[in-house]
Design a protein around this ligand. Sequence first.
Ligand code: ATP
Length: 243
Amino acid sequence: MSPHASVLTLDEVSIEFGGITALDGVTFDVRAGQICGLIGPNGAGKTTLFNCITRIYQPSGGRITWKGDDLLKVRPHALASAGIARTFQNLALFGGMTVFENTMAGGSSVKGGKRQMRDRAWALIERLELVDVADHHAAGLPFGTLKRVELARALMSEPQLLLLDEPAGGLTHSEVKELGDLIVSLRDEFGFAALLVEHHMGLVLGISDHVVALDFGHKIFEGTPAEVKDNPAVVAAYLGRAA
Ligand code: ATP
């Protein structure tokens, strides 16, 4: 696939909850190998959009296509085998399972022999510097370590699209910098595209190739990280919510 081809296309995606329009005709593309940052103030619709892509919500209007196919026909449990993986804002690891077992769990819905899965899990554990804790239960490990376990688990299915839900949440300043460098180096190595929902502007603007901003369910901006900082609509959206 060409490095610049669109892999994920959102076309006029809308959804309402009761009287609230959470997304209103949102259109944008994520291209192969691209890190696309998705920003917006609280309640802008970022999580709702994520939930539409991960098939938790069914949009009331519009289309989402994944590598040319209708993503809205893909069942949630089939996402990993379709090449889409995600991490969770509040981590979704099994506390009573080891780091190795949690990593293996990311490959459970993907075809491949047990031996092949184990080899891949160990390769990811090494790559993500988790060897020393591979036999430790996830419960009790430092938060920054658990973020890396989540990445290892998500990468088990060899995704072509990685959905990152507020990965910087709960991390210290230096951990956020390390995480940003890690995401970029993993993207360079594995070639996945990423959609990054994040409030930490330093991380979004530091690692995204492209940025989309939402406010009240509308797309108010899309462009480069350099352009977003001075965009009047984005500045007004954030200042308006802070007031
Ligand atoms: P935050 O940055 O605070 O996580 P967000 O940009 O992710 O915000 P969403 O959580 O997507 O925003 O919410 C968008 C709007 O949709 C909000 O008004 C929210 O209250 C509403 N909403 C989202 N999910 C539901 C739901 N299941 N039922 C009712 N309203 C919902």
